[in-house]
Design a protein around this ligand. Sequence first.
Ligand SMILES: Cc1ncc(COP(=O)(O)O)c(C=O)c1O
Length: 265
Amino acid sequence: LQQGLNPRFLLITNPNNPLGVIYKRDILENAVTWARKRKVHSIFDEIYALSTHEKYGHGFESIIKILDNNLGDDVHLVWSISKDFGASGLRVGVVYSQNETFLVGLSNLNIFSGVSHPIQLVVSELLTDDDFVDLYLDESRARLKQSYLICIEKLEEMVLPFVPVEAGQFVYVDFSSLLPEKTMEWEQKLSQLLIDHGRVILTPGESQRERMPGMFRICYAWVTPDVLKIGMERLSRIVGKIRRMDWSDLNESSLAGVLAVGFDR
Ligand SMILES: Cc1ncc(COP(=O)(O)O)c(C=O)c1O
């Protein structure tokens, strides 16, 4: 607003990507009030809603609950099975809105992006099986938490600051102390170094519109705990080398030991 821009809607991702934090009720209420005052719509992306690490403790509340299901014409919700059910390939998403005009428009567009009937059948079987869904989500939460703990144990050992996580599949980490200069070019160099010498791929902050160079998102849920441990150990070895050596000496031979960390075959 201060830059003279005219935002048309407020988008809030809760739980947040890439921070993995859950917004408290009063922040969400204030956000809706803020948007309403300016006559802009609010879109709540709750795609990580069921990937909270604790079942109840962390206090995720859907905007539907907070507004007592009175969303009015200007508050909308999106969710999909991509994250909580690890099924992004099925391309099934949900829009929940009470704005009739918007829904009519959307039903027109749906012709181009409708979910195929066999997939609708599969997903409705899945989501109506309460016993399975409860079992699956409990297991999923426990495994997310286990992998998160593996990840942060190593981050703490490396003394790299991170945002403590309450939900989701990633953790946002500050690698800026490793950059010789705080620029996006050095962030990119670090990113490439990790790929080339550790085969570890992290999401650089720049690709997430981060302004501070050196922030990376680590996704700890993509691989099994065994592989995660290997990835974190490789990361730790590279971090150790960066701290001890000059960047100009970081090369194939000085980092040769890193890829040796792997499965015993
Ligand atoms: C916050 C958020 N919303 C939406 C999406 C899109 O998910 P999909 O199109 O696979 O359902 C993603 C995927 O990365 C995401 O992180």
